[in-house]
Write a protein that binds this ligand. Structure first.
Ligand code: HAM
Length: 430
């Protein structure tokens, strides 16, 4: 019996991986522009890190974590998200002591959540995220949102919207919490057992319950913005002000609460508006987490960040009928006729590669016709055919496959001047 990939995971095969590399490159370039530096943390962490930060009443902690006991009897968890590990590392490595604050970090890597699989939702997915830790300047909230929007824009995704809200500071949240409890408690029997537990521990979580979403009490629940104190409202006003300066459009959604406990003040999501994107339209989510560094044992260091799934970015791109230009291609396919030509092909391909020209040849002793077919299938830009005549004269015919034009050149000329030859051929065929 054959063995398949576990549910909720998938293989990325050639054809697909080139797109991933293009996205990863775009992410690295954008982070360089915005001056965010890469951090890499372990794939698994102590379970307690997530229960303490993401929150033990959240869906992630209650239902979705891949938690296991290792041979040393420690409870470990495959990371379901990136913020808690980055903050743990920030504290552990004393990054709060660095001269340059805030510390601006980014990461890309697999995250794990035991969720029901559907289009855009996986049990292993790759998140690109950034965290700016050590500043409560509202302009950095706007910068973080701008960075996320820039990545989508550079990828060619147009049909997206930025949705923002403010969750307020601890006092505002406390006032809202009391109002929520009062609103739901007379009718809590109508809600699922999870919500009944949430009422006591964290009534805000009732608002993102997937089971009771349609209950009319959800729509009439007390809205966070009505409970923001003056300071929180002023902070939110400034975040919007900086978004305006950056010319970034947004919608305010008072119902946006986010599914993780560490948030306060700014919360945001970026949604796809592309037709045919499917049921899940959230491309990215993030927000501010003042207090999380202290909760994990560090000094006061307010932070903000976001996470986005690369899978969903690629789905959005597809839904909009966009594709990546400039995916890496094959420059030259070398066809060889006979043993002596094969020797030359082996060395010519190697010389091309040493000069940064991508090159490929036949490894199955196929006839010339079949080799030519390979060149087409591999989408080569050029092909050359090496036979006895070419070996003798040292001159070969370099064929531009888009239009069939041929040039007679020596092997050395092709190796030395390939970039110029290629750009001239592209210009002429345009
Ligand atoms: P989150 O909203 O849980 O936030 O996830 C962020 C993004 O990760 C989602 O918008 C989505 O793109 C992707 N994602 C989540 N679950 C899945 C899944 N099962 N399959 C595919 N993609 C998924 C966080 O994780 C926070 N750490 C974000 C953050 C960073 N907040 C501040 N800094």
């Amino acid at each position: 019996m054959s063995i398949n990939v576990p549910r909720g995971t998938k293989d990325l095969l050639p054809g697909e991986t080139e797109k991933w590399q293009a996205v990863e490159e775009l992410i690295r370039d954008t982070c360089r522009l915005f001056q965010y530096k890469e951090i890499r943390t372990p794939i698994f962490e102590h379970t307690e890190l997530f229960t303490r930060s993401v929150g033990d009443t959240t869906d992630i902690v209650q239902k979705e974590m891949y938690t296991f006991t290792d041979r040393g009897d420690r409870s470990l968890t495959l990371r379901p998200e990136g913020t808690a590990p980055v903050v743990r590392s920030f504290v552990e490595n004393k990054l709060f002591g660095l001269a340059n604050q805030p510390v601006k970090l980014y990461y890309t890597g697999p995250m794990f959540r035991y969720e029901r699989q559907q289009a855009g939702r996986y049990r292993q997915f790759v998140q690109f995220g950034v965290e700016a830790i050590g500043s409560k300047d509202p302009s950095i909230d706007a910068e973080v949102m701008a960075l996320a929007m820039t990545v989508y824009q550079k990828a060619g995704i147009k049909k997206i919207k930025l949705v923002i809200n403010s969750l307020g500071d601890t006092d505002s949240r406390q006032a809202h919490r009391v109002a929520l409890s009062a609103h739901f408690s007379p009718h809590i029997q109508e809600f699922c057992s999870d919500c009944q537990n949430r009422l006591e521990k964290n009534p805000l979580r009732i608002l993102d319950c997937k089971v009771d979403r349609e209950n009319p009490l959800m729509a009439t629940a007390p809205k966070l913005p009505d409970y923001l104190n003056e300071e929180s409202a002023a902070y939110f006003g400034k975040v919007k002000h900086y978004l305006d300066i950056l010319n970034i459009k947004y919608e305010v959604d008072p119902n946006l609460v986010r599914g993780l406990d560490y948030y306060n003040h700014t919360a945001f999501e970026i949604m796809s508006e592309g037709e045919g994107f499917g049921a899940i339209t959230t491309l990215a989510g993030g927000g501010r987490y003042n207090g999380l560094v202290e909760d994990l044992g560090g000094p006061e260091s307010p932070g903000i960040g976001f996470g986005m799934s690369i899978e969903r970015l690629l789905l959005a791109l597809e839904a909009e009928g966009q594709s990546f230009e400039n995916l890496p291609t094959l420059d030259v396919y070398v066809v060889a006729m006979g043993e002596a030509a094969k020797d030359k092909a082996v060395s010519f391909v190697s010389q091309l590669r040493q000069n940064n020209v991508s090159a490929e040849m036949d490894y199955l002793d196929r006839k010339v016709k079949a080799q030519m077919k390979s060149a087409d299938r591999l989408n080569a830009k050029f092909s050359v055919v090496i036979g006895d005549n070419e070996l003798e004269s040292g001159i070969i015919s370099l064929k531009y496959l888009a239009n069939g034009n041929q040039q007679q050149l020596t092997f050395e000329e092709i190796v030395a001047n390939f970039t110029e030859i290629a750009s001239k051929a592209t210009e002429e065929s345009a």
